[in-house]
Write a protein that binds this ligand. Structure first.
Ligand code: ARG
Length: 562
């Protein structure tokens, strides 16, 4: 909670002597416009409890709240008590705090000695890492940082799709049409895709190929040496090229425990399921409540499934990490799958199933192109990132040809643009991928926020960061807006975590950048009158810090020059 909000909560708590701080915190609102104050306390829900009209409660409450330096004006409007913060006073408390805490500003201890397991990215190996997996990767990476900021220990898990019938297909295709193993080098994941596409084309003509593929997967599951060696080779090739893309984006994982990792854990999980299992047309299922189809444990040929492996994985994760929360950052089309998995866990008597959450997101549209791995209509993420970097480089060449480290900056900005585009709207919305839009330095984009950050850095480089300043001098409207916004940052992070919604941080960073640029247009900074200049430079430094921190929480870099 921000420092001003904290004192408002405390003041209400003391004056009201009725509600705990937490409830007051939840009730407090940020009014829609600044002339209604900075925080507003609605008294409507108290009316029943106190047997009084909200307007009367508000009036009596306001009278009981003592004068405070921080909120110098309190007004009652209908059933609301509105608090107006003294921005100068707030700035004096807040800016030194931000300077001191730096990248720790807004951290919470909510998650102390608790862990969150975040399953994200999790592409299917032996298929290319296409932009369809971009969303999970970017959202999950940002959520990891947001939950860390909330004080939790985060376990980043890449649940690679490295087991399953698709390997039967690729093995079959490879054996019949593949290159010699010696041609496997980095990048040959594209060759695997060719094989996968060719398999589907030929299987359309000749359905017996599907049986062949199933046979190969069965062999793989039964530990056949030849199948296993090929599988290992495909896995390694794919993982190498995956890791390259992650590195480009600055993304890391704590565990690359894919589906194959659970092979030896499945018998144990099935044993637990035994009392609930039923046979149905040769397959083994667990029946769930009426609104859900049954959960398939084993197919009639004995092969296990994606869902079986997810079940074993959830149990393993709870045993290993004792998570307070397990998040699955996976597209909305898998909603039923997770509902079933969680329901089966509940059936097994695991109450912690309630702490498992599917964090879905919308589709990614790439112009009007329809993506389908089977038809080979995939867009490789590495190509997209390369193009983003390329385009950014040409923009830099045009705008700032003398910049040092052009390569490095182009990478940070190009990749950041792609990531920000993915994070700026509520995750459940479908998103569009338009080059002009995402690289627009003036739009609601990553480059815009990064550019604003670089602008603040350059101002500070010229003017210097003062050790101290009289921050009560910050009385201009544009300054007050910035101070109020910086105060809200801790709240923004908490909100983002609560809703698993990085867009909360993205939108905040855009707002802060816009407000900063208004301030920058309206006022002289380093060359203002000396005391004022000092105060403004401190403000600039606070904004710089909080923009950098916001970008960090989104997983995006903040170059000092661009
Ligand atoms: N590999 C899956 C896919 O691409 C996503 C896996 C998500 N994680 C999980 N535990 N099921 O569709």
């Amino acid at each position: 909670m921000g420092i001003a909000k904290e004192s408002v909560v405390e003041a209400i708590e003391n004056a009201l002597a009725l509600l705990p701080a937490k409830e007051i915190e939840n009730l407090l609102e940020v009014p829609p416009s600044a002339d209604l104050g900075d925080y507003s306390f609605p008294c409507f829900t108290l009316a029943k409890k106190m047997r009084k009209a909200p307007a009367i409660i508000a009036k009596e409450l306001a009278e009981k709240i003592p004068q405070d330096d921080l909120f110098n004006r309190i007004e009652v409007v209908n059933g609301y008590v509105n608090f107006y913060l003294d921005k100068g006073h707030l700035a004096n408390k807040l800016l030194p705090k931000i300077k001191k805490e730096a990248m720790k500003y807004g951290q919470s201890d909510e998650g102390k000695s608790k862990s969150v397991v975040i399953d994200f990215s999790s592409p299917n190996i032996a298929k290319p890492f296409s932009v369809a997996h971009l969303r999970s990767t970017v959202i999950g990476h940002s959520l990891s940082r947001i939950w860390e900021h909330m004080g939790y220990k985060v376990e980043r898990i890449n649940h690679l799709g490295d087991w399953g019938t698709q390997f039967g297909k690729v093995i079959y295709a490879y054996k019949n049409w593949g290159d010699e193993p010696s041609s496997y080098s980095k990048g040959s994941i594209r060759h695997l895709l060719e094989l996968y596409v060719r398999f589907h084309k030929e299987a359309d003509q000749n359905p017996s190929l599907d049986d062949e593929a199933r046979l190969w997967f069965k062999r793989l599951e039964d530990g056949d040496k030849e199948a296993y060696v090929l599988w290992e080779q495909f896995r390694k090739t794919s993982l190498d090229s995956l890791v390259e893309v992650y590195e480009l984006m600055g993304i890391t994982f704590d565990h690359y425990t894919g589906e194959s990792f659970y092979n030896d854990k499945i018998p144990g999980a099935i044993e637990k399921l035994q009392p609930f299992m039923k046979e149905s047309e040769g397959a083994e299922i667990v029946e769930l409540s009426d609104d859900m189809p049954p959960f398939l444990v084993r197919k009639s040929d004995g092969a296990t499934l994606y869902g079986t492996r997810d079940l074993a994985a959830a149990i393993y994760r709870q045993e290993t990490y004792k998570f307070a929360k397990a998040l699955y950052v996976v597209g909305g089309e898998q909603a039923l799958h997770f509902k079933q998995v969680f329901a089966v866990l509940k059936k097994l008597g695991y109450d912690w199933a309630d702490n498992c959450e599917h964090v879905p997101f919308g589709l990614m549209r790439f112009g009007d192109m329809k993506l389908s791995t089977r038809q080979g209509n995939v867009i490789f993420l590495e190509d997209v990132l390369a193009k983003a970097i390329e385009l950014t480089k040409s923009i830099i060449e045009e705008k700032n040809p003398n910049l040092d480290n052009k390569e490095e900056v182009a990478r940070a900005v190009g990749v950041g643009a792609v990531m920000f585009n993915d994070l700026r709207n509520n995750r459940i919305k479908d998103i569009n991928f338009e080059w002009d839009e995402l690289l627009n330095f003036q739009g609601d984009t990553g480059p815009y926020v990064q550019y604003t950050h670089a602008r603040a850095c350059s101002l500070l480089q010229k003017g210097g960061v003062p050790e101290a300043a009289n921050l009560s001098l910050l009385q201009e409207e544009e300054e007050k807006v910035l101070v109020a916004s910086l105060e809200r940052f801790p709240e923004v992070v908490a909100q983002a975590a609560k809703g698993n919604e990085p867009s909360t941080v993205a939108r905040y960073s855009l707002g802060l950048a816009r407000d900063f640029n208004k301030f920058y247009q309206a006022h002289r900074i380093a060359d203002a009158e000396e005391e004022v200049a000092k105060a403004r430079l401190m403000l600039v430094d606070g904004v710089r810090q909080v923009i950098a921190l916001s970008l960090y929480l989104l997983g995006i870099e903040a170059p000092e020059k661009m």
